[in-house]
Write a protein of this length. Structure first.
Length: 115
């Protein structure tokens, strides 16, 4: 099983990034996919989640209206489009796959928002 995040980097405030998480080794289309983030010295928090077929989407209040989660079950990939980025969005971003009691995590990708 692998979840490989990509797309992180350094961006100025107000900028955009698109994160990708490529999955392999399990039946991606059956899993709820989520993006979490962890800032230095803080607990990991949920940013966004999307149901297996994409019908149900949830966002943390802190990212609502700026971030968009989506998935392509044909490509086994989940995305996080991040717009209007703020310095407080700086964190390591992780993707997570969940089905029942089974969960998998990626290794994370760093997003830094700074001028």
């Amino acid at each position: 099983v692998q979840l490989v995040e990509s797309g992180g980097g350094l961006v100025q405030p107000g900028g955009s990034l698109r994160l990708s998480c490529a999955a392999s080794g399990f039946t991606f289309s059956r899993y709820v996919m989520s993006w979490y983030r962890q800032a230095p010295g803080k607990e990991r928090e949920l940013a966004a989640s999307i149901s297996s077929a994409g019908a149900t989407i949830n966002y943390a209040d802190s990212v609502k209206g700026r971030f968009t989660i989506s998935r392509d079950n044909a490509k086994n990939t989940v995305y996080l489009q991040m717009n209007s980025l703020k310095p407080e969005d700086t964190a390591v971003y992780y993707c997570k796959a969940v089905r029942g009691s089974v969960e998998y995590w990626g290794q994370g990708t760093q997003v830094t928002v700074s001028s």
